[in-house]
Write a protein that binds this ligand. Sequence first.
Ligand code: PBG
Ligand code: ZN
Length: 325
Amino acid sequence: MYPTRRMRRLRRREFQPLFVEHETMKHHLVAPIFIDESVQGRREISSMPGQYRYSPAEVGDVAGMLLEKGIRASILFGVPSEKCEDARTAYTPEGVIQKAVRSIKDAAPEMVVFTDVCACEYTPHGHCGIVGETRFGRDLLNDPSLEVMDRIAVSHAEAGADIVAPSCMLDGAVKSIRHALDREGFEMTPIMSYSSKFASALYSPFREAADSCFTFGDRSTYQINPANGREALLESRLDMAEGADILMVKPAGYYLDILASVKELGIPVAVFQVSGEYAMIKAAAANGWIDEKKVVFESLLCMRRAGADLLITYFAEEAAGWLHG
Ligand code: PBG
Ligand code: ZN
């Protein structure tokens, strides 16, 4: 008995483009940019070949160049010259991100600027907020840290950021930031929450890039255990209820099941292909073991297929060279 459905009929070469279900376009890309207050010009990040830390003055030109290549959005990470327990350098008007946002908005006003709202680059211990003694030992203090997040978010909005993106994984951060922004007249500034963020081993190149290695413990008391999918979905659902405009799944490639279920919540979803995912592809490609362009293309396409609206990726600039629109 021959099968009546021959799947190969429609796979004839000239038919293939007619039946493409998903596409990656340039306008889906968001380029992460590191800005370092104590760098002159730019400095390459050794764990992330092809990625740089830029000075706040230089970053305007970088944004202009990205825009010319068709990348409409970027997300900023700051490396301050001074760290302190209360993370106050994260919310001064003269802070590294605040300067960078102004520099981008001067040079390339149409560039959509997302800012990462977190304290880990600004604290000496490298945790994502205020740390203190708890009944269970030294840990990130949830509620006292919320006020810091509010201040950071408001100061970014005041500097001209288009969308603020809390990545701290503190309970209640989205609601708290939403109220703070509204109080200060930024009721139209959207919040993209790093809502389903896992305690992943894939962030280590970033920690070198952003100079945010923690000095004790780990992030497992606030980020999600990679074993827990239901919990990750609940995190996104809670952030949506607190007023998040965009949700996020992070990392990307190993978490596409989470992405597909978060997509079902009905609001836009971003996915973050993180530093470790970038570094693994770069290293294999540098050894000639994989075809970099094909692997990057496939990785981004599969994120789209799983439901991502926005693709935050260190390959943004490279991919813009060979994607449409
Ligand atoms: C900070 C933050 C991290 C990343 C984005 N924001 C690191 C972390 O949580 O340890 C990871 C990005 C990457 O690895 O590319 N809250
Ligand atoms: Zn953090």
